[in-house]
Write a protein that binds this ligand. Structure first.
Ligand SMILES: *[C@@H]1O[C@H](CO)[C@@H](O)[C@H](O)[C@H]1NC(C)=O
Ligand SMILES: *[C@@H]1O[C@H](CO)[C@@H](O)[C@H](O)[C@H]1NC(C)=O
Ligand SMILES: [Mn+2]
Length: 399
């Protein structure tokens, strides 16, 4: 922030110089004086170039937006799969560069790095904002770190999913730095296609048991593997549209508290998809219902359904309208705005829902625009989720 000082000094002396000599423009003038910018300037009154005193240095923690290797929001990097890092952090950002489970556009394996680029404008040094007065989620009580990406093979989907589960289990076995706030470190995973939610839920189950999944997505993702891509091989059955069905079959989900938020997808069958979804323990709020209900009523409905259960939040970036998030694999027009999504997440945090983990998936940077809109949305959503995690401690009742 000190660097701002220099231009301010120069500008203020410019301003006073122009007051003193509004029309200074003589024939013997040099280039600066004869240019349209320089003619009002008495060059003899410019200050000497500022020399920083020898003792001046940026504070170590004032991360530059451009220095060093790019981590998520300029956080420190931690090798989170190493047991020696137990007790060193509370919340980790983990990348899953995996996209072997998509039906339409490929490329989400580059999502983690795209999100780090999208989060370049965020930093612990500028972590406060107007919607969360007094709280910098990077520097509040929690130690937040970037865990890097989890290795997984690009050649075999089932092996890759196994590797992601193994990596997440290793991280999930670490104790958090602040053990009075949570029973395990909490992770926000950057996808990757939506298939990755399955290995994540498998890895978290030993700590949290069945969890209520809040699934922000234009699609249901509870499709029966036999119906969507299935019936061929085991490989075809696990994909980004079936993983919640499989999670239900495996007993990873809450029996009746899961919800889809922002739904608006096409269906394969007149009845089957929705009946199967209900059987998997989900209800839904369709994207278009938001216009009638408003944000507060949506939050209220979610809170009433989830109650006191542990929540796993899964945000498919395609929940947003393609106007806000074009860079995704399976686009569906007619979605929520970024502001609506952030406000709903914020409302759930205020209501104290017990969030134990989260992912933001399906960001596929190659389809992003020159403004990197989608990548910046992903970064901002993760920032909002961080606020939620910091606000709500999650401890299991002592047995
Ligand atoms: C641990 O977390 C709680 C929030 O649950 C916070 O109030 C407390 O200050 C934290 N303690 C430390 C040592 O960071
Ligand atoms: C959820 O369903 C399973 C399987 O039917 C059952 O064993 C379990 O008791 C149920 N849990 C609750 C909290 O109802
Ligand atoms: Mn999805």
């Amino acid at each position: 922030m000190h660097s701002l000082l220099i231009p301010i000094v120069a500008l203020s002396s410019l301003a006073s110089a122009s007051k003193q000599k509004p029309l200074g423009n003589d024939a013997s003038s040099n280039f600066i004086q004869s240019s349209i910018y320089g003619r009002n300037l008495d060059i003899s009154s410019l200050p000497e170039p500022v020399t920083l005193p020898p003792s001046f240095r940026y504070q170590e923690e004032d991360e530059s937006l451009f220095g060093g290797i790019n981590t998520f929001a300029h956080l420190e990097f931690t090798e989170c799969t190493k047991s020696e890092n137990s007790g060193t952090f509370d919340i980790g950002i983990v990348g899953h560069p995996f996209d072997l489970g998509v039906t339409y556009r490929p490329g989400a394996r580059f999502g983690p790095n795209g999100a780090r680029q999208g989060a370049r404008r965020l930093s612990p040094a500028v972590g406060y904002d107007m919607d969360h007065p007094g709280v910098n989620p990077f520097r509040d009580w929690a130690k937040v770190t970037d865990c890097g990406d989890l290795e997984n093979t690009p050649f075999d989907k089932l092996v890759a999913i196994h590797e992601l589960e193994k990596g997440m289990k290793a991280i999930n076995s670490l104790k958090p730095k602040n053990e009075s706030a949570a029973d395990a470190v909490r992770l926000i995973t950057i996808g990757g296609d939506h298939t990755i939610t399955l290995p994540i839920l498998r890895a978290l189950h030993s700590t949290w048991g069945r969890v209520a999944v809040l699934h922000f997505d234009s699609h249901l993702d509870t499709w029966d593997p036999k119906q969507l891509g299935g019936g061929l091989t085991k490989q075809s059955e696990v994909n980004h549209g079936t993983m919640l069905h499989i999670a239900h079959e495996e007993g990873l989900l809450s029996n009746n508290s899961n919800m889809h938020l922002g739904s608006r997808c096409t269906l394969v069958d007149k009845h089957f998809d929705l009946n199967n979804d209900l059987r998997c323990g989900f209800s839904y709020i369709r994207a278009r219902e938001l216009d009638k209900l408003g944000v507060d009523a949506v939050v209220k409905k979610i809170v009433e359904r989830v109650g006191d259960e542990f929540v796993y939040l899964s945000v498919d970036i395609d929940v947003l309208d393609p106007a806000f998030a074009p860079a995704t694999g399976t686009i569906e027009p007619g979605g929520w705005t970024t502001r609506e999504l952030l406000a709903i997440i914020n409302g759930l945090a205020d209501a104290g829902l017990k969030i134990i983990g989260s992912d933001v998936v399906e960001y596929t940077p190659i389809y992003d625009n020159a403004a990197e809109s989608t990548g910046i949305m992903v970064g901002q959503i993760i920032y909002e989720i961080l606020h939620w995690m910091i606000k709500v401690p999650v401890k299991k009742p002592k047995a």
